[in-house]
Every structure is written in C-alpha cells, then in structure tokens.
Design a protein around this ligand. Structure first.
Ligand code: 5GP
Ligand code: MG
Length: 143
C-alpha cells in the first residue's frame, strides 16, 4: 500500500525490484494541509480499493517525521484484520519522531530539515525533482 502522493517514486522503484507477486493499492491521507508541520490529525481522502483481511501488508511511505500518520495507519490496517503490517520508508527524521513506531525498512535517516523532490512536495511543487533536496526556509517562512 503506497501512501499518495509522496510515495509514488519509492513505490515505482521498490515494486519493480520485488521478485514475487504483489498487488498494489494506494491510500491518500492528509495530515499536513499546505503547511510544513504535522498536525497529527489524519483524514482519509482515498481509502483502499482492496480488502486486506488476512493479507500481508507493506506500507510504502516517502518520509516519517512525527510518526503520527503511520502509527495511525498501521493501527487502522490491523483493525481491518491484516495478517501482518510492515512499513518501508525512504526517509525518516528520527529526532522528530513523537510516537513509538516500529519501522522495518528505512532508506535513510535524515536531519530535521524540510525536504522536497523524488515524490515529496511543498504545496504540490517539486515532486518531480530527481533528487531529494532541502527546501530553503525562506520559501515557507512568514507565509
Ligand atoms: P508524520 O505524521 O510522520 O509527522 O508525517 C508524515 C508525512 O508528513 C509524510 O508522509 C509527508 O507527507 C509529510 N512530511 C514530513 N516531513 C516532510 C518533509 O520534510 N518534506 C515533505 N515534503 N513532506 C514531509
Ligand atoms: Mg507521505
């Protein structure tokens, strides 16, 4: 299960490396609005198309900051009766994590900067950058 829209690049890369049959599904959740800080309030904007009862689920995420979004999502999937729920994330900001969350696969741990590119946006811009870049705070301060 990829978390749209940020996880599109990771999902595209990862899924092509899997050497077994895997189905793909997507969720759209919102915890940020247009700003750069997690609100902790998760809204489902698009739910799964598939039934995950008794399925092994791998959540594919772009970045984990507070961990609030994913710990909410993990519990949500468990309550739907998934056989297992594991997490892969391209990036994680360990110093900003607020909740205890077991993450099975982490690409890179990064500092506290706000990053864009490779699927990650700021107000829907920069997702198509080929690299992950730190967004200059002058781009969002005083806004
Ligand atoms: P959390 O709930 O873990 O605080 O936030 C997770 C979500 O916040 C990510 O899926 C992502 O959408 C967004 N997010 C957190 N940090 C960043 C960042 O540095 N850049 C961008 N573009 N989004 C971020
Ligand atoms: Mg995300």
């Amino acid at each position: 299960v990829g978390v749209l829209k940020g996880a599109i690049m990771v999902m595209a890369d990862l899924s092509r490396e899997l050497r077994f049959h895997a189905q793909m599904d997507w969720m759209v959740v919102s915890s940020y609005g247009a700003g750069t800080k997690s609100s902790g309030v998760v809204r489902i904007l698009k739910d799964l198309d598939s039934d995950i009862t008794d399925r092994d689920v791998l959540i594919v995420e772009d970045i984990i900051e507070s961990g609030l979004t994913l710990s909410w999502l993990k519990e949500n999937f468990q309550s739907r009766g998934a056989k297992s729920v594991r997490i892969v994330t391209m990036l994680r900001k360990p110093t900003l994590q607020k909740v205890d969350l077991e993450v099975e696969y982490v690409g890179y741990d990064i500092p506290e900067d706000f990053v864009v590119g490779y699927g990650l946006d700021y107000a829907e811009d920069y997702r198509n950058l080929r690299d992950v870049a730190i967004l200059s705070p002058t781009m969002y301060e005083d806004k």
